[in-house]
Ligand binder design. Structure first.
Ligand code: PHB
Length: 400
């Protein structure tokens, strides 16, 4: 143990980091801090059952898995997740495979539903004696611009509680309270509506493919994504302002069969019981900087991205890794360089991902403007035909 470590380990009066939100970002941060000996308390508005079963994203990048594994947090993931290094684009009824792992250092995606990530991270944190308060309401942030910020909330049993913190980490999603606690004018917000909507469908159906399928059809995009051997996720591009009520199950399947169809092939889509239908509005949002005073934002609290390219959870995990390292460095040595550069380091990756997601959005959708649709199709044809374009895709899709 170094002298600094000894000195730091002796600080029994270290105030905890208050983490708001027990999603992938908040729980990764919590585990990394706990492993580094930094106390933290996690506040979560849902119940344990709710967060462990809520279906969301399902794809983790090589880099994020490596980071989790370095901290002993990927054992089950590495045992159970399928690895994917190729995807398929369907255009005019023809399939074109892009072997992105071969184009990018053998790096693959891991298919592992977000709720399983949450289950593993929460289990690891609680097993190590970590403190999570579930079902909290009315969380408020106080004195975030001072060195003594604190949180108050109403506990599950109805009592008002308070936590004096060293720092506050806001990992409570796009609609959470933490970002809203920053005074107006202190940060800059960037948002973009892509003018596209997806109907997102989850079904108890075995996958009809071993690779993610992106299909470009004259009636709009259709996607077949993977979750497990018994559950699959599909997406359909639908008109802006469409509603779930317009999409009875029979219409969903008919449209998926039509848009995913292959010419001269006996490929078939297997149907199953639909368990979730939601409209996803394709929106991007970034707040700059990602911190204010002693409040640091992570994941969707700081940025949202379209689901295209499956970057959201990966960005959240990266934020947690960077913030944990910065907090550890500061606590051990008093050096706040990592905290000062936190936002800049994270935003570099966030904007790279936003640019790539936008590039893909444009490529795989039908625009109401026919000229733009043809440009998107030309981009896809170039990707299929050109090694350099496929290389760009691979690097950004599974990396960087
Ligand atoms: C998903 O698994 O939901 C998914 C995968 C790839 C995408 C978008 C979504 O590009």
């Amino acid at each position: 143990m170094s002298e600094l470590d000894r000195e730091w380990a002796g600080q029994s009066n270290l105030r905890p980091v208050g983490i708001v939100g027990a999603g992938p970002a908040g729980l990764t941060l919590a585990n990394l801090l706990r492993q580094g000996g930094i106390p933290c308390v996690v506040l979560e508005r849902g119940t344990r059952e709710y967060i462990e079963t809520r279906p969301r994203a399902g794809v983790i990048e090589h880099r994020a898995v490596r980071m989790l594994d370095e901290h002993g947090l990927a054992d089950r993931l590495l045992r159970e997740a399928d690895r994917h290094g190729a995807c398929e684009f369907r255009v005019n009824g023809q399939a074109h495979e892009v072997d992105y792992a071969a184009l990018y250092d053998g790096q693959t995606h891991y298919v592992y539903p977000q709720q399983e990530v949450v289950k593993d991270l929460l289990g690891a944190f609680l097993d190590s004696g970590g403190d999570v308060r579930f079902s909290v309401t009315d969380v408020e942030l106080h004195d975030i611009e001072t060195s003594s910020p604190y949180l108050t909330w109403t506990s599950a049993s109805g009592e008002r509680e308070r936590l004096d913190c060293s720092f506050i980490a806001g990992a409570d999603g796009f609609h959470g309270v933490t970002r809203r606690s920053i005074p107006a004018g202190a940060v800059q917000e960037f948002s973009h509506q892509h003018g596209i909507e997806w109907l997102s469908i989850l079904a108890e159906a075995p996958p009809s493919t071993h690779k993610v399928i992106y299909a470009l059809h004259p009636d709009g995009f259709a996607g077949h994504m993977l979750r497990s051997s018994t559950v699959s996720r599909y997406y359909l591009q639908v008109p802006v302002d469409d509603t779930v009520d317009n999409w009875p199950d029979e219409r969903v399947w008919a449209e998926l069969h039509k848009r995913l169809a292959l010419r001269d092939s006996d490929w078939k889509l297997t149907e199953g019981r639909i368990t979730e239908k939601r409209i996803l509005d394709m929106r991007s949002y970034v707040v700059e900087p990602m911190n204010h005073g002693n409040l640091y934002l992570l994941g969707d609290a700081a940025h949202i991205i379209t689901p295209v390219g499956a970057k959201g959870m990966n960005l959240a995990l990266h934020d947690a890794e960077v913030l944990a390292a910065a907090l550890m460095e500061y606590t051990r040595t008093g050096d706040d360089a990592g905290l000062r550069s936190y936002s800049e380091v994270c935003l570099r990756r966030v904007w790279r991902a936003q640019e790539f997601s936008q590039w893909m959005v444009f490529m795989i959708h039908r625009s109401p403007e026919p000229f733009l649709s043809r440009l998107g199709q030309a981009r896809l044809e170039h990707l299929i035909a050109s090694g350099s374009s496929a290389g760009y895709f691979a690097q950004n899709y599974v990396g960087p």
